[in-house]
Ligand binder design. Structure first.
Ligand SMILES: *Cc1c(COP(=O)(O)O)cnc(C)c1O
Length: 373
């Protein structure tokens, strides 16, 4: 390790998780959700591992992420599902990126780009089945279908998929789940009746949580994110045999003895209770170690768990080693699979009142990702 810190990514774990999820998905295709730099794991190497392990497609939020994959040589189908007006749609079509549309105005914009480039846009129509985020709400669904069929007849678009997204699939038994599934089935039926959902159209609604809790919601494809990275989509139900792929490690930058009563870091929120050894860990909130971890989160250092002592700074935080030995250059593990006694990303998430998605996606750009097979 030649940098202050690194995120080690176990591609073998990602492949194991994808294979396990494919099995769970029965015969359905698997789309790997690789938005946000593959949840912080690194877009290209992770995407290649995901495709190599049996995913047939990739999903990103933004067009730019999909274009980055294409520039990196990825040829598998890619869907970008969050499109805002004025984005480089023609460029996306030229790169064979599939797009999602929730509104007739966006269909018009996409169709204009298709006419200009002479390439039919491959579209996934999104139904809002109860999350009230993306997607056309029930009342607007027939108009979206009508517009799509008009543009399809003209040759400007192809309808590749009809999809939706669950709001509460990670809360087993939540009443909205069954309602969303029913609403999705209604949206599909309307699409079939209108002639917009032939047998070639891919139906997809499940995220990771739905894959492990709702086999009836698989349809033709599932879209998995967090579980591919080895983090449980429903932590209270266990780990489902998934293996965490990321280990976040830093090298101690400085070790020193300080006297009893030493105030540590900004605000002196921690004061040493006796003469002790402090170690400086070179990762801070700019790297995704949330300031909120101050005095709460633990790391593994010198074979034992240590609390973050005092304020997390932009680039660093301190730990109190007591009289235990540690040297500058020694490794400190913030989180990993937990095999060596280190905390897991799940523990960090629980401690900080968030979800593992946020813990891993926040690891900053200056932390190099190092890949292991
Ligand atoms: C992020 C995302 C997913 C994957 O969600 P996970 O909970 O990480 O499996 C699937 N579909 C859409 C639309 C998403 O935004």
């Amino acid at each position: 390790m030649t940098t202050p810190a690194e995120a080690r990514v176990d591609l073998g774990a990602i492949r194991h998780n994808v294979a396990l999820l494919k099995e769970r998905a029965g015969g359905a295709q698997l789309m790997g959700a690789v938005k946000a730099d593959a949840y912080g794991h690194g877009l290209l190497p992770t995407s290649e591992a995901v495709l190599g392990a049996g995913a047939s497609r990739l999903g990103t939020a933004f067009i730019q992420e999909a274009l980055y994959l294409r520039a990196g040589g990825v040829s598998a189908p890619i869907l970008a599902w969050l499109i805002t007006p004025g984005e480089p749609i023609a460029e996306a079509l030229a790169a064979d990126v599939e797009l999602s549309a929730s509104h007739p105005a966006l269909l018009d914009e996409i169709a204009a780009a298709a006419r200009a480039t002479g390439r039919a846009a491959k579209l996934h129509l999104e139904a809002d089945t109860g999350m009230s985020r993306g997607g056309a709400p029930q009342a607007a669904w027939p108009d979206l279908l009508a517009k799509a069929l008009e543009l399809k007849a003209e040759g400007a678009i192809e309808i590749v998929g009809i999809w939706s997204h669950f709001a509460c699939a990670d809360i087993p038994g939540h009443p909205s789940v069954a309602r969303q599934l029913e609403t999705y089935e209604t949206a599909l039926k309307l699409a079939e009746q209108a002639g917009a959902a032939g047998s070639e159209v891919i139906r997809h609604i499940s995220n990771s949580a739905a894959v492990v809790t709702l086999p009836e919601a698989r349809f033709d494809m599932v879209r998995t994110g967090i579980a591919m990275y080895g983090l449980s989509p429903v932590p209270e139900l266990g780990d489902f045999g998934l293996r965490p792929a990321m280990t976040l490690v830093a090298r101690v930058g400085l070790v020193k003895r300080v006297v009893e009563g030493s105030g540590v870091s900004y605000g002196h929120l921690y004061t040493t209770s006796c003469e002790t050894t402090l170690a400086l860990v070179p990762l801070g909130y700019a790297d995704g170690v949330l300031r909120h971890a101050t005095g709460r989160a633990e790391v593994l250092a010198g074979g034992r768990r240590r609390l973050v002592a005092g304020r997390v700074c932009m680039d660093q935080f301190m730990i109190d080693m007591g009289d235990d030995p540690i040297s500058a250059g020694d490794e400190v593990v913030l989180f990993g699979p937990g095999d060596g006694g280190e905390p897991t990303a799940q523990e960090w998430a629980d401690t900080l009142g968030t979800i593992t998605h946020e813990i891993v996606t926040r690891i900053g750009a200056r932390v190099p990702r190092i890949y292991h097979q």
